[in-house]
Every structure is written in structure tokens, then in C-alpha cells.
Write a protein that binds this ligand. Structure first.
Ligand code: DON
Length: 568
């Protein structure tokens, strides 16, 4: 019997090229970029969204507002991000369509070694990569603030950081979620005298409404505002950081700080059902996972599938892209990644062909990933759209709740625990139960692989500015959000939708309570999926959508969190 060649991957490729050409041509032909009727900011805390609007009202653009929101979040949402951490900023400049991915990810200190978190028995030492000062990478936030202000902003760094400095100095009323966060992290916060003094009230978790003032942090923010990145990474302030981290048991050096470099990267681009996707490149795994999953799903008619089969193929796609994450992805400066292959529709067609509609594929049946080895929710995301059409999608982080929970003495700065995002040993799950191997092993100066996926999805219908914290869950959330948006949901619909997730290992479906109906659950179990009810909620999405036809701008904050979307 003669079999006909499968033309679908070619058609997908053609469709993708045409979409990209049309959208690029619109810009090149000078089609006036549309302007939104109103500006919008969604962030994880109302006062951070307000800080952004204060800066827009003062004549700043979306990039200045991004500095203001980030700096304010470091004060009012200390569990999520801050000067002691790093993050990614995806920018779109309306005047010329310029899009760039600002990588302010932490790097491993020069004294870091591949096996630094393993004991003599080669087993991970409990807590070392998460709770100790060794867990801290060299932070990138200060570099990001200075870069955004100098290269893309309209106001000075000093002006854009003022709302945050005021919040730190004058204090703000502690909200219920923060009380929960401090309660949860109390044992870790108690270990460092500065953290205990700042976040606890006479040794106890402060009540809702308690005014939290952070004088040292105000001074540190003010220092960065006045002196920029130079002030943070060099001189007296760097001395204080290095001495403080070493006192806490860490290994930072002056050279580590002086050598820190923020990197501007080309975003990853793809197309799906007429929409242009602009997303995070490595050292995030999120964009690769998102585009690869969309390529796999492109061969299914999702709109016609019953809800169980639709969820099944989404989960099977996620399983496959996370398998590749474990094997291939890492810091591009250290590993050669087969990105062309991973993003090719032909590769996706092969992955799709291995998906059975009636049966889950056990993860162990996928090719092993350790092969040739020779030897919650914290973090935060926000979305900004200004009235000129400039956009920012930013996901910034200390990694886990309050990072290590350690505060660098005298600075009010919480120390990240991003080193746990490396594969500390091949096959050893990290705190998000993600596995990895050689590509993401620890090396001095190397960026640890991330799942953070700030993304723009744009079609002739409008644009969505997407992102969320949530560790390994992030790419799945962005995938579901993209599909929801293409199905007609706006920001509110996307943030409220229930979530499901698969990450290859552990071989199970993670589901929020509302993520699967009883019928869907038993049908998926019949197909061989193991389902784990996730006791907490998944993620804290902050999204802005702008519908071109109706000129409706929506900023929505996840009901799972305490944030706020504002449109003005
Ligand atoms: O970069 C990453 O992928 C993680 N450090 C993000 C951590 C995170 O989202 C925590 N939230 N639950």
C-alpha cells in the first residue's frame, strides 16, 4: 500500500511564515500602530499597580512604569521579588515595533561548583540549595531597573523609584495574604536577625493592618535610585552586600557583582492559528515549551475535541515538551541547544504522532534524558500597557517564598534561592520537582534554567500580555491562557479559568480542584493518567488584554491572589 506523505507540518510552517510576514509587513508599511484608549496595569498588589499609574501620570511610559511596579513589589510583596533577585522583562515599543527580552536572571557565583549541594555520599544535602546563603545567585534586579530607565524610559530612575521608596519608608498596612506568607516562612525568617526584626513583631507574625516599615530597604532602594547599577554592583554598597552574604555563609565576591551583566536577547517568536506569539527564550524554558506545545496542538482540531480528549492532548503535549526541557535546555552561553529542532513543526509532528488519543503515554516510555552524562507560589508577574501602545510583560523573582528568607545585614534585601533552579544532580528533582541534567548543571557564571514565561500573543483581533509566577506550572498556565484568549476569553476570563498541568516527571497530572470535572477525571484516569489534586491554587496571573475592534482594554489580576488590575 502506498502511503501519502504527511503534508501537515509543511502547511503549518507555511501558515506560520505567512502570519509572521503579514504582521511584519503591516509594521514595515508604516501601518500606524494602534493606540489603546486607556492604559492598563495588572500586578500582584494594588499599591504596585498604583505606583505604576503614578509614574504614567508623571509623564512616564510603560517602561518607567515597569520600574515603578517592580520596585514597589519588592516592598509590598517581599515574598516574590526584589533587589536580591532577578527576572525577565519582555518589552514592546510601539513607535517602531521593537521587541526585546531583557534577561536580568541571576548567575551562579564564581566559587560555585557543580556538586556544591551534594554531600560526600553524593546525595543532596537537605535545604542547602533552598534555605542557605549558598542558594543565592548574583542578583539582576538593580541592573534591570537601571537599564529599563536609561534605555527605554522617559523619566529618571530616581523618579520612577520614588513610589517604592515612599512605601518602604512610610510603610503599608499588612494584608491577609502577607500574614499567611510570613506565617508560612517564619522558621526561615527567624534565622537571620535582620529578617526577624523586619518581618516579625517582637518575634511574632504581625497582624493584618500592622504598618510594615522597611527603613533599610528604603535606603537601599534610594541608593540604587541615585547611583544606578554602578552603585549596586561596585563600591561601598557592593562591599556591604559581599560582607553580609559571607556572614550568612554565602560565597559571593566583589568580582561576582562587578562582572554581573544583564543581557538583551531576541525573544522567541512563533505563530498559532493566526496569532503571533512573542515569548521568553533560554535561559527560560518557558517559551520553548509554549511554542513546542502549540506546534504539537496545531495538528489537533481542539475546538472539535470533547473536553476530556482536549485536556488529554494538552497534557500529553506538556509531558513531551517538559521531557525535552530536562534534557536540552540551559543557559545559552554554556550549552548548545537544538532550538531549531525543538521549534520545528516537523519535530512537533513526530511528537504528535506518538500521542494516543485513548491512552496516556507513561513518561518512562519517552526517551530517557540523562543519557550521556559523563561524569508555590512566590515570584511575581505584572503586565503594563500605556496609551501609546508600549507593553511590558515582566516576571521577576527571588525563587521560593521570600527566597532563602535571609536578609543581607543592614540592607533590608532578601536573598534569592535561585541556585535551586539548577539541576543540582542529574535526575534529582528540585523544589518544583523538575528534573534536569548536564545542560542545566551548575557552573560559575552560568544562568540557571527558568520556567518564567512573560509572553505577548497578538492577532488582528488584539493583544494579550501574559504571565504568572508558579514555578514549573508557569508554561502550562501560559499555554492554557493563550488557548483561552484565542477562544475569545479576555484577561478576566483567562485569570479565572481553572488550571491543569503536566511536567513529564513526576508522571502525573496536577489539577486544581475546579480544573477537572468528576467525569473528566475518571475519563482521564481510564486513559492511564495519574491525577494529583493540587491542594493549593496554581499561579497568580496578571494579564492585560486589548481588543482592537471594540477598543476594550482589560487588566485582570488572578482571584487566587491579592492583586489588582487597573485601567485608566
Ligand atoms: O525561574 C523559575 O522558573 C522559578 N525560580 C520561578 C519560581 C516561581 O515562580 C515560584 N512560584 N511559585
Amino acid at each position: 500500500m502506498r502511503t501519502l506523505p504527511d503534508l501537515r507540518p509543511g502547511v503549518t510552517l507555511l501558515r506560520r511564515v505567512v502570519t509572521l510576514l503579514v504582521l511584519t509587513a503591516q509594521i514595515a508599511l508604516g501601518a500606524e500602530p494602534p493606540k489603546p484608549p486607556l492604559a492598563a496595569i495588572a500586578s500582584a498588589y494594588p499599591q504596585a499597580s498604583e505606583a505604576g499609574f503614578e509614574i504614567l501620570a508623571a509623564g512616564g511610559n510603560a517602561f518607567d512604569a515597569a520600574v515603578a511596579v517592580s520596585a514597589a513589589l519588592s516592598v509590598v510583596e517581599p515574598r516574590g521579588s526584589g533587589l536580591g533577585g532577578g527576572g525577565f522583562y519582555l518589552l514592546h515599543r510601539a513607535s517602531d515595533g521593537h521587541e526585546v527580552f531583557v534577561d536580568a536572571r541571576e548567575v551562579a557565583p564564581a566559587a560555585a561548583t557543580r556538586d556544591m549541594f551534594l554531600g560526600a555520599d553524593r546525595k543532596p544535602i537537605a535545604g542547602l540549595s533552598t534555605d542557605s546563603a549558598l542558594a543565592a545567585g548574583i542578583p539582576g534586579e538593580a541592573a534591570a531597573f537601571a537599564h529599563l530607565a536609561a534605555k527605554y524610559g522617559r523619566l529618571t530612575l530616581e523618579r520612577s523609584m520614588q513610589p517604592a521608596i515612599k512605601l518602604a519608608r512610610e510603610g503599608f498596612a499588612i494584608y491577609p495574604r502577607l500574614v499567611e506568607d510570613i506565617t508560612r516562612k517564619k522558621p526561615a525568617l527567624e534565622r537571620s536577625p535582620d529578617a526577624r526584626r523586619i518581618f516579625l513583631n517582637k518575634g511574632e507574625v504581625p497582624p493584618v493592618g500592622y504598618i510594615l516599615k522597611q527603613h533599610e530597604l528604603a535606603r537601599s532602594l534610594n541608593f540604587v535610585a541615585e547611583k544606578g547599577a554602578e552603585g549596586f554592583y561596585h563600591g561601598a554598597f557592593a562591599d556591604k552586600l559581599v560582607a553580609g552574604v559571607r556572614k550568612l555563609g554565602g560565597i559571593w565576591s566583589h568580582e561576582d557583582l562587578a562582572n554581573y551583566r544583564l543581557i538583551e536577547r531576541e525573544p522567541l517568536r512563533g505563530a498559532y492559528h493566526g496569532a503571533r506569539i512573542v515569548t521568553a527564550p533560554p535561559p527560560s524554558s518557558g517559551g520553548v515549551a509554549l511554542l513546542n506545545a502549540l506546534n504539537i496542538l496545531d495538528g489537533f482540531d481542539l475546538a472539535r475535541l470533547d473536553s476530556v480528549t482536549r485536556k488529554h492532548v494538552i497534557l500529553e503535549s506538556l509531558r513531551r515538551v517538559h521531557r525535552d526541557r530536562a534534557e536540552y535546555l540551559g543557559d545559552p552561553a554554556f550549552v548548545k541547544m537544538p532550538l531549531d529542532r525543538l521549534l520545528s513543526p516537523y519535530y512537533a509532528a513526530g511528537q504528535r504522532a506518538s500521542i494516543r488519543l485513548d491512552k496516556a503515554t507513561p513518561s518512562d516510555l519517552l526517551p530517557g534524558y540523562i543519557g550521556d552524562v559523563s561524569s508555590g507560589v512566590s515570584t511575581t508577574h505584572f503586565a503594563v500597557l500605556d496609551r501609546e501602545g508600549n507593553r511590558v510583560a515582566a516576571t521577576i523573582t527571588l525563587n521560593a517564598w521570600f527566597g532563602t528568607g535571609l536578609v543581607i545585614p543592614g540592607t533590608g534585601i532578601l536573598l534569592n534561592n535561585q541556585m535551586d533552579d539548577f539541576a543540582i544532580k542529574p535526575g534529582e528533582p528540585n523544589m518544583y520537582q523538575l528534573v534536569g541534567a548536564e545542560a542545566n548543571s551548575i557552573a560559575p557564571g552560568k544562568r540557571m534554567l527558568s520556567s518564567m514565561t512573560p509572553t505577548f500573543v497578538e492577532s488582528d483581533k488584539g493583544v494579550a500580555i501574559l504571565g504568572s509566577p508558579g514555578g514549573s506550572f508557569i508554561p502550562s498556565m501560559i499555554l492554557l491562557g493563550t488557548l483561552n484568549w484565542l477562544d475569545g476569553a479576555d484577561a478576566t476570563g483567562i485569570v479565572t479559568a481553572p488550571r491543569i498541568h503536566h511536567q513529564y516527571q513526576p508522571d502525573m497530572v496536577f489539577a486544581e480542584r475546579a480544573g477537572l470535572s468528576a467525569d473528566e477525571r475518571s475519563a482521564l484516569e481510564e486513559r492511564g493518567h495519574k491525577i494529583r489534586d493540587w491542594p493549593a491554587t496554581i499561579g497568580n496571573m496578571q494579564i492585560v488584554t486589548w481588543d482592537y475592534a471594540s477598543q476594550t482594554v482589560v487588566a485582570a489580576s488572578d482571584p487566587r491572589g491579592a492583586g489588582k488590575g487597573l485601567v485608566r
